[in-house]
Design a protein around this ligand. Sequence first.
Ligand SMILES: Nc1ncnc2c1ncn2[C@@H]1O[C@H](COP(=O)(O)OP(=O)(O)OP(=O)(O)O)[C@@H](O)[C@H]1O
Length: 301
Amino acid sequence: MTTNPVETHGLGKRYGGTVAVRDLDLTVRPGEVYGFLGPNGAGKTTTLRMLLGLIRPTSGGVRLFGAPPGPGSLRHVGALVEGPAFYPYLSGRRNLAVLADHAGVPRSRAGTALARVGLTGRAGDRYSGYSLGMKQRLGLAAALLKEPRLLVLDEPTNGLDPAGMAEMRRTIRALADGGCTVLLSSHLLAEVEQICDRVGVLHGGRLVAESTVEELRTGGALRVVAGPEDRARDRVVALLGAERVRADDGGALLVDVERDQAPRVNAELVRAGVDVHELCWSEPDLERRFLELTGGDPDVA
Ligand SMILES: Nc1ncnc2c1ncn2[C@@H]1O[C@H](COP(=O)(O)OP(=O)(O)OP(=O)(O)O)[C@@H](O)[C@H]1O
């Protein structure tokens, strides 16, 4: 039986009067990219720090590959949670060699790690001359020195420009495709949507939703722009029932039916002499869904 890279049971953390994380049951399965999504202050970093054994939970527990966080289990875990300190006057390659010595792994791994994050060409340059994106990638390379089976990344694209973000996303996806399990946190919905297999939404220290991105997308509707609006609405209500019909902000009808019902709705409207201007499938608005889950917090976007 394969053990899950991460399991938490009733995990909680309190700082004085502040409950940062409460009763968290989390499972990250082998080989997946799991996205921890939540607004600022949701408890993401606190959770990741508990997973890595950097802080102690006040309740519940963590298992990494079936064992508590400690030298045995953390051997398989690479992390980019608190930016590693690099020597500004040394090159990226030299910095990694120092870290490799410190970690007791062969220096040859530095070259491999640099290649995996796409930094080989600039590996001889001083760290102080690196862009933010390059610094972030060097941090990721440092996390790869242990050849981890699990990568834990706290807001890995934070502060990067769009090109840097895209590059980092590609790198993470490639690492996952190579067999590494990834747990990352983000407050950016689009980011999580693009690279994660599953998403957990954290709000106020609680896991308020957990599913695949596809599952969160369920609930699309048929969008109909037709006139006269009253008659269009009456016909669709007569056909399907009032509970299936609502109006969107722009005055269009949103009809909760399966996609393949579009011709039936169209035919009914045409038969009733209604002009159908538009009839299309409207994907559910993921952003709205997350805003609902997080109480309309604008930090999730
Ligand atoms: N060392 C600490 N002492 C006291 N309170 C803390 C400490 N660390 C975090 N908190 C509080 O715990 C809550 C969760 O913070 P945490 O940093 O885990 O959230 P987050 O989701 O990572 O947010 P962000 O995206 O802003 O980093 C917040 O209310 C925060 O103020």
